[in-house]
Design a protein around this ligand. Sequence first.
Ligand code: IYR
Length: 222
Amino acid sequence: MAKPRFIALPEYREYPEAEMKQRAADFYADIRRRRTVREFSPRPVPREVIEHCLLAAGTAPNGANRQPWHFVVVGSPEIKKQIREAAEKEEREFYCRRAPREWLEALEALGTDEHKPFLETAPCLIAIFAQGYEVTPEGKKLKNYYVQESVGIAAGFLINALHHAGLATLTHTPSPMGFLNDILRRPENERPYLLLITGYPAENAKVPDIHKKTLNEIATFV
Ligand code: IYR
């Protein structure tokens, strides 16, 4: 058993209460501006921005610090085309056959359908993979813990970091999305978790007129 090694908490900052309140309010004001966008501009995004956002995502708390994620950043038009074709095939199945009526009704307000042009228009698709286990250099399988939670938190950090940098995102989950393993040549221990479409919104991008629940609806103080 490895002995735990501790260091003094580095870089924690407490703010004076007034500043704390202002920061909390400012953060909410900024994150509430984020909207999922389905119409993207083809303008390229700086690689350095994506790199910093991925580093931010990689700081997410996670099970046993295994960091059970891998991000594939797709900028290649050929690979984007392959992903679009495979995703639209699944989506056609979903919208025309598999989806129960109740699910389609729930999606009505969003105006989504089986056409996914953004998979080619957007400059950057970030495929997020979850690693169910690790393979040691000796070829031994090492189980990971709280994989779904960990990768979900990292995806949240990533969406937040991209928004903070001024980029729009769309969380896209064609189902099933095993085709991402084939196209992106990811190993057996990784499962696609989310495809994060990233870029600038198209000039006249429109979003559905939907609203968030109130604090009373989402929280209880006891
Ligand atoms: N994956 C499909 C359907 C879809 C499902 C949910 I839940 C959404 O919030 C949005 C879409 C699609 O991407 O169209």
